[in-house]
Design a binder for this molecule. Sequence first.
Ligand SMILES: Nc1ncnc2c1ncn2[C@@H]1O[C@H](COP(=O)(O)OP(=O)(O)OP(=O)(O)O)[C@@H](O)[C@H]1O
Ligand SMILES: [Mg+2]
Length: 234
Amino acid sequence: MEDIKDLSRKRYLGAKMNIISSFVSEDDEIREMVPVIERFLKGLTANKIIKILKNITGDDSIKFEDLGKNIYISDHMWGSNKDIFKVLFQSDEGNKDIEITVATKREKVPGDITKNEIRDVKTLQKRPGHVVPRFGVETAWGGKKWYVEEFIEGDTIQELETAGKFTTAMRKKIVSCLLSISVGLGGMVPADINGGNFIITDDTNDAVMVDLGGRRFRVFRKASENIENEETEG
Ligand SMILES: Nc1ncnc2c1ncn2[C@@H]1O[C@H](COP(=O)(O)OP(=O)(O)OP(=O)(O)O)[C@@H](O)[C@H]1O
Ligand SMILES: [Mg+2]
């Protein structure tokens, strides 16, 4: 048996894991991404994988040895700026009970994932009510930016609307999600408010904004700023 400390210095998947991919799309452009996401995952060190899983679950006790040998990847969504993959980690038999699904996002063109997007997802981690996915890690690879975050199980507003399942209760959840975001961002709100960017979670029916994008608009100023303005004006 290799020592865990030695292993963690090595490339993670090269050292231990198998990648099992099940891409459903027949689209050539998407099929070409299979080896790309595989190589990306293989390039993550054990330490980075553990950091992702700890951040996303909030469970600091997860260890490298707890993970099983297989990682399952599949195509999830092809957005206009990002490709999104679903990646599932499971526990090793007999160890901790782990089943963690992450969303791995890769920009299509350099610059598609902006600094604002990543900064603001991080800022909003601690908001009550889970308004954005829990953040895993950001990295650059192959000339593109990537980041890994919690995979949100549920339907997008767009899907719910198409299926005629969008309710008033859901609309309220979106409004409170956006209000919470605006407080968290000091009065700013993401400009790209569209149905594809919100998911209603299967378990709690909460609205999660899965794509903050780069653009913002201001909905209010902080009280302290108003007082300052008044003082300056007066
Ligand atoms: N964390 C996540 N968990 C589950 N599904 C997600 C997650 N992030 C994104 N998705 C799904 O992938 C789709 C595309 O993701 P995202 O909106 O981030 O990419 P995009 O390229 O910016 O898309 P667009 O420009 O079309 O808004 C989303 O509409 C959503 O269905
Ligand atoms: Mg989007």
